[in-house]
Ligand binder design. Structure first.
Ligand code: UT7
Length: 321
């Protein structure tokens, strides 16, 4: 059966590093509180960069490693909840900029689980035989929707992007599991534009993140555990070489390790330097770990995420690079 294999990875993150200390000048918070409650020391924040420019850097890196030209792409999927423009989609914008005239292109929104959703969709097109080469890019610029006066959220997030090129092959991605539960929607929201037309005037609200951190924390631990237990039904978890979790809070990751009895060293964790980059968090970690040479060909890598919506999921990747 046709499978999707990762043949290139790349990432693009803003140049500006914001250390925890910088929040102390305008918020009642401390480096110590942020580090001990979340594991975060710094994050990247866009100044001159945009979602599109970060995607371009990621995509170029992934295509270069893959050794294919953009004109070979059949499909471009971008996962994001913070596009530069609602329309055109980021995917269409980068299709033009990369020069990928054959590719269909669209964005998908699945919060921090966006990368797993996007790869799952791409994988279906490849397995069906409809497409052979797909670029998946995840990007979020949460600084665009952050309430910088809310200490319980603004210290958590960072901006970034990463990409993979998938190509039809014999081995690669398996066990994709994506779920959602819209009943839990109230715990993490970013409002859209208000309805303001000649027949209705809604109060304009600032479009910033509102979150019940404790609810989200519990949801995250339970559902990342569930997603890995599901993966474990077809691949025993002690046969997995690496786990790449969504990086939201190091305490969430440690509780998932404890629930499942997995050694912490098997989890690749980089939240300390990036904070929570939403849908970009898993591919940024994947690309960093790959660059460090941590993966060998044939390694089994479990990806696991949760996000607003709410959404959650897991996926097993056999490393083919
Ligand atoms: O991708 C999904 C995105 N979201 C998440 O993953 C968030 C999941 N939740 C969390 O990571 C944690 O719940 C937080 C890091 C948001 C909060 O940690 P916590 O241990 O659950 O703290 P808490 O909400 O129980 O708050 C404890 C105290 C509160 O003060 P009081 O009420 O005890 O006086 C907060 O007001 O900490 C206070 N607090 C802060 N203090 C200093 C909240 N944020 C801060 C802050 N600095 N930045």
């Amino acid at each position: 059966m046709m499978r999707s294999q990762i043949i290139g990875v790349g990432r693009g993150v803003p140049a500006r590093v914001v250390e925890n200390k910088e929040f102390e000048s305008f918020l009642d918070t401390s480096d110590e509180w942020i580090r001990t409650r979340t594991g975060i020391s710094a994050r990247r924040v866009c100044t001159h960069e945009t979602a599109t420019s970060l995607c371009m850097e990621s995509a170029r890196g992934a295509l270069a490693q893959a050794g294919i030209g953009a004109e070979e792409l059949d499909l471009i999927i971008v996962s994001t909840i913070t596009p530069d423009t609602v329309t055109p989609s980021v995917a269409c914008t980068i299709q033009k900029m990369l020069g990928a005239p054959r590719a269909a292109a669209f964005d998908i929104s699945a919060g921090c689980t966006g990368f797993l959703y996007a790869v799952t969709v791409a994988d279906q097109f490849i397995r069906s035989g409809m497409y052979r080469s797909v670029l998946v890019v995840s990007v979020d610029v949460l600084s665009r929707v952050t309430d910088w006066s809310d200490r319980s959220t603004c210290v958590l997030f960072g901006d970034g992007s990463a990409a993979v090129v998938l190509r039809a092959g014999e081995r690669g991605i398996g066990n994709a599991y994506i779920r959602s539960d819209g009943d839990l929607d109230g715990s993490l929201t970013i409002p859209g534009n208000p309805i303001d037309n000649p027949w209705n005037h809604e109060d304009a609200r600032r479009q910033t993140i509102a979150m019940d951190g404790r609810n989200v924390f519990l949801f995250a631990v339970n559902h990342m555990t569930d997603a890995l237990e599901h993966l474990g039904q077809t691949c025993p978890l002690d046969e997995v070489d690496w786990f790449i979790p969504h990086q939201a809070n190091v305490r969430i990751i440690e509780l998932v390790c404890k629930n499942l009895g997995i050694p912490r060293e098997k989890f690749y964790i980089n939240i300390e330097r990036y904070g929570n980059t939403s849908s970009a968090s898993i591919p940024i970690a994947l690309s960093e770990a790959a660059e460090k040479g941590l993966f060998k060909t044939g390694d089994r890598i479990a990806l696991v995420a949760f996000g607003s919506g709410f959404t959650w999921g897991s996926m097993l990747v056999e490393w083919t690079l």
